[in-house]
Design a protein around this ligand. Structure first.
Ligand SMILES: Cc1cc2nc3c(=O)[nH]c(=O)nc-3n(C[C@H](O)[C@H](O)[C@H](O)COP(=O)(O)OP(=O)(O)OC[C@H]3O[C@@H](n4cnc5c(N)ncnc54)[C@H](O)[C@@H]3O)c2cc1C
Length: 430
């Protein structure tokens, strides 16, 4: 049986490897010159388990075990391997409410080392962080932006062994090499221009170089181009994906110590509207946004046409917010990049499912937070494809995905195309 995977990002490469492991003959097509040169190349690679959906907490926990055993997961590859650094991650939700407590309880139930800190605990354990509360986050232009708020954060959740992968591009190349070793073919510099039915049970996928490939199944893993590829295949979903432009900025890390990468944890500051982590061996701090309601989202209609550079608007927003939380940081020169998320508009969770066109699958809408779960999503997609081949209607009998490394099983219907929107923060945090 032949599978054609559209997109050689971290998820496309994971899907391809897992399908190959399940015995499929796999081609991966990408219009770029190498794997991982799409939105994956801009990823911050953060691996945390703090999510509002229990299913995603479990999948991210399984994935963390894979990243910690990357060489074992891949098997022998002739490539320098991505590294997984684990300085821990501090989440500062706007409130320590029932939702935050439920997330923490679920993490602890799964054996994740996470604990609740009071504002005083945060001040003691991370004295370089300011514990003022800034919720609801204000726009930089607000005259009160820099004013004292007079209130403190309610507390934080510290996930002790959260971390990040250095680098997402290297990790994706590792997956490509592992796939090739096992027989996956990569058709690079090749753009899919049409996906047509070829008889009842097969597809003919046309490329921009005039060639075409036959396959039994097609899997859309096209990242921010996911909606466009669905249109090429004439596939409509009730959930909508859309490209959202984001920026990440780099500033000097005032706490840098030569030879140490643990001077700074990762911080998910939903109270302040940002996330940040150490970068460049700890020399820099990288800062992104958690989509506070006061910032107008920048939806992009053409994912081939957007500004890849940083802009003054985002720089002020993200860097000034960082400087409020981490006052030792100085402003410095503009450094960073612009990139796209592929967002599931209704709930910011991926859509990993079959479609109403038999044999056509999607693993899309990854909403800025699915680098970490790529190997698990790859396995999920391979099992979905296998289930359909064996005559199982996964709409009626949702796939129960085994997560062997954490000894759990996850009901994958929360990633179905037919789901009611999941409870979510409606941001990259999920
Ligand atoms: C700035 C930023 C920061 C992020 N930070 C994190 C993080 O800290 N942690 C985390 O877990 N996740 C993070 N993410 C999200 C994560 O990186 C993505 O979910 C993941 O990389 C998506 O991988 P993908 O393989 O689906 O897509 P992509 O990497 O975008 O790959 C899709 C590929 O499809 C190809 N393609 C598209 N259309 C066609 C076509 N017609 N023909 C041929 N090829 C085509 C593209 O060239 C591209 O290479 C971040 C994302 C961004 C942008």
């Amino acid at each position: 049986m032949k599978a054609l995977v559209i997109g050689a990002g971290v998820i496309g490469c994971s899907v391809a490897l897992e399908l190959r492991r399940a015995g499929w003959d796999v081609d991966v097509v990408d219009k770029n010159g190498d794997a991982g040169h799409g939105s994956t190349s801009a990823s911050c690679g953060i691996v945390r388990r703090f999510y509002s959906q229990p299913g995603m907490i479990a999948m991210a926990h399984e994935a963390a075990s894979i990243w910690a055993d990357w060489a074992g997961y891949l098997g022998p590859v002739d490539d320098g391997l991505a590294r997984f650094l684990r300085p821990g991650m501090l989440f500062i939700p706007p409130r320590i409410d029932d939702a935050a407590r439920a997330t923490l309880a679920e993490m602890q139930r799964l054996g994740i080392a996470a604990r609740l800190l009071s504002a005083d605990d945060v001040a003691r354990e991370f004295p370089f962080l300011d514990t003022a509360s800034h919720h609801p986050t204000k726009p930089v232009a607000d005259p009160e932006f820099f004013e004292e708020t007079g209130s403190r954060i309610e507390g934080a959740v510290f996930e002790e062994d959260a971390g990040f992968v250095v680098s997402p591009g290297v990790a994706t190349h590792n997956l490509r090499r592992a796939g090739e070793r096992d027989g996956v073919r990569f058709l690079l510099n090749t753009e899919v221009t049409a996906v047509e039915r070829n008889g009842r049970d097969a597809f003919l996928t046309r490329m921009n170089d005039g060639t075409a490939r036959e396959s039994d199944v097609v899997i859309n893993v096209a990242g921010p181009h996911s909606g466009r590829v669905n249109r090429l295949a004439g596939v409509e979903l009730q959930l909508e994906t859309r490209a959202l432009r984001r920026e990440v900025h780099l500033l000097k890390n005032p706490r840098f110590e030569e030879g140490s990468t643990a001077s700074l944890p990762i911080v998910g500051d939903l109270d302040g509207g940002i996330y940040f982590r150490p970068e460049g061996g700890g020399r820099d701090v990288l800062v992104g946004s958690t989509e506070p309601a006061c910032d107008e989202p920048e939806w992009i209609d053409d994912p081939d046409d957007f500004d890849h550079n940083v802009t003054e608007l985002y720089r002020e927003r993200q860097c000034y917010r960082l400087m409020k939380r981490f006052p030792e940081v100085g402003y410095g020169a503009a450094r960073g990049l612009g990139a796209l998320y592929d967002v599931t508009l209704q709930d910011w969770y991926p859509i990993a499912d079959r479609t109403d066109v038999p044999g056509y699958y999607v693993c899309i809408g990854t909403s800025g937070s699915s680098f970490k779960t790529a190997p698990v999503l790859g396995k999920l997609m391979a099992e979905l494809v296998e289930a359909q081949r064996n005559g199982v209607d996964t709409d009626k009998q949702p796939l129960q995905l085994a997560l062997p490394r954490i000894d759990a099983t996850v009901d994958t219907s929360f990633l179905s195309r037919l789901r009611k929107p999941n409870v979510s923060t409606g941001t990259v945090i999920g």
